[in-house]
Design a protein around this ligand. Structure first.
Ligand SMILES: NC(=O)c1ccc[n+]([C@@H]2O[C@H](COP(=O)([O-])OP(=O)(O)OC[C@H]3O[C@@H](n4cnc5c(N)ncnc54)[C@H](OP(=O)(O)O)[C@@H]3O)[C@@H](O)[C@H]2O)c1
Length: 260
């Protein structure tokens, strides 16, 4: 009998590695995807040992146009079926106006939006056929508010939220739950550049959550059939305020620079 498994993109660090850990702890076999093979293999060995699950790894650069089709074909060739799809891979991108390298902009859009659409395109139909599936797209609170200076990252996350809502409305009644998870600031490798490390050091510690909590809340919201979920109680209070007139003042107090 084929045992379906959880596929997690961006599993080589941060939230993706934590999704892998929490799903392995629930007994799920895993497929881990990212560009860096070494951390993927290390995590795979750890989780297989600790939780007695089967873990496959696939190296893929999801900013390449052919990546999701190739991944789907490779999994099919190996007889691997996916019932949990965690589209988590993401990165800080080039500024849309100041970054003058258009191919780099396109590669970023490919990673942040097109690859997620591609993964859904390839993997959701078989979930519908089986009458069971779970899809979690890691968006961000940045996809819920518009900030001057954010013409790239936030808009791509807004697309993931819209995509998740449309998919959930379409496949939700066929046993396939689709969720856009919107974390706020989370301790991962995401803020390692000098600019973001400086921003992190200036922002109040209370705004920063551990990956463990974000992932735990996200997986619970996915099972409950929620469509959009803001993780972290503080952010659930802050988001409505950030959308109002004094939102700019609040964002400045949070230490979020508008011009990095
Ligand atoms: N940390 C936060 O404050 C925060 C807040 C809201 C939302 N998020 C979102 O959470 C998700 C995970 O980020 P994180 O915070 O865990 O950051 P992270 O520790 O930097 O992890 C990013 C992951 O994405 C993978 N990745 C990046 N570019 C890739 C590419 N071209 N192809 C395949 N994989 C790629 C990385 O693996 P390789 O480098 O090995 O490819 C890594 O595993 C992202 O979508 C991010 O936007 C983060």
């Amino acid at each position: 009998m084929i045992e379906p498994r959880a596929l997690i993109t961006g599993a080589s660090s941060g939230l993706g590695a934590e999704f892998a850990r929490q799903l392995a702890a629930k007994g799920k076999d895993l497929v881990l995807v990212a560009r860096r093979a070494e951390p993927l293999q290390k995590l795979a060995d750890e989780l297989a040992d600790e939780f007695n699950v089967s873990v496959d790894i696939f190296q893929a650069d999801l900013s390449r146009t052919d990546a999701t089709a190739k991944l789907f074909a490779d999994l099919s060739d190996r007889g691997l079926t996916v019932d949990y799809l965690i589209n988590n891979a993401g990165a800080v991108g080039p500024d849309l106006l100041r970054g003058r390298d258009w191919p780099a902009q396109q590669a970023y859009i490919e990673l942040m939006m097109t690859s997620v659409a591609g993964m859904c395109h390839h993997f959701i139909p078989s979930m519908q056929k089986r009458g069971f599936g779970r899809v979690l797209n890691v968006a961000s609170v940045a996809g819920l508010v518009s900030l001057a200076g954010d013409t790239s990252y936030g808009p791509t996350k807004a697309y993931l939220i819209a995509l998740s809502k449309g998919l959930a409305a379409t496949v939700g009644r066929r046993g396939v739950n689709v969720l856009a998870l919107c974390p706020g600031f989370t301790h991962t490798e995401f803020h390692q550049s000098p600019e973001l490390a400086r921003m992190k050091s200036k922002s109040p510690a209370i705004l920063w959550y551990d990956a463990e909590i974000v992932v735990r809340e996200g997986l619970a919201a996915l099972e409950k059939g929620k469509t959009v979920y803001v993780s972290g109680r503080l952010y659930r209070y802050l988001i409505p305020l950030m959308k109002t007139g004094p939102g700019g003042w609040l964002i400045a107090r949070m230490g979020i620079e508008r011009d990095y």
